[in-house]
Design a binder for this molecule. Sequence first.
Ligand SMILES: O=c1ccn([C@@H]2O[C@H](COP(=O)(O)O)[C@@H](O)[C@H]2O)c(=O)[nH]1
Length: 273
Amino acid sequence: MKIEDLIAQIHQKKSFLCVGLDTDLDKIPKHLLKEDDPIFAFNKAIIDATHAYCVAYKPNIAFYEAYGLQGWRSLERTMEYLNANHPEIFTIADAKRGDIGNTSTRYAKAFFETMDFDSITIAPYMGKDSVEPFLEFEDRHTILLALTSNQGAFDFQTKKVDGQELYKEVLSVSKMYKGSERLMYVVGATKATYLEDIRKIVPENFLLVPGVGAQGGSLQEVCKYGITKDVGLLVNSSRGILYASNELDFAEIAAKKAKEIQQEMEIELAKLK
Ligand SMILES: O=c1ccn([C@@H]2O[C@H](COP(=O)(O)O)[C@@H](O)[C@H]2O)c(=O)[nH]1
């Protein structure tokens, strides 16, 4: 997908919400467990109920890998369903990959070609030759972990290297990579105030911002420090939407939660005018 198409969709839906498809058989409503493919049945119901309020879906690959072959099949069916019925919606494989060059190329083929995702999350630790193979793919996007939402982010990411915090090094060095116009970055909503400095280094790149909802981050704070003239934000919520109810009404309640966030986003978008 081209960035212009993502931006157009954001303005059309008045939303920059990404719904995280972190589908857990221990948490989905019990009545779905009798379906042939409960993970797909749950995802389809969530997509049908929420697609009007969001511009992106982010399956976290761990939730599918955990169920082996059946989990991969459910992920494939989810992607086929999304790309057939909602091709305008941006898809993110939250896979956190990255390896030596030839291996990264296989990861890129797996997620961009075989699974047809628009984007993938990548850990930057192995550096340039582990990231550039992903950047070769036209109209696909590579989302580098910069400053993550968890407490462990302070173990390494905020430590100084050559006089600058490591997450800032990730931002400024990766800007030089070939194909860097296809880079986005992960910044946790729990670290919203850091966005002011982050925007000085990457004033325009899209940021994937997980951590509102279950992790307690504030959408308003994220917008205060991180929004750009082209919005530049995809704010993710997974558990706060998926598991707001685990009764028969789960999809309806998920839609209600997604709509509440969309309405808060509409207020933030109106401030850009
Ligand atoms: O820094 C990061 C990077 C990724 N994540 C992922 O986003 C979702 C958040 O789920 P919630 O249920 O809304 O908390 C999940 O898939 C994480 O693995 C993150 O939280 N922080």
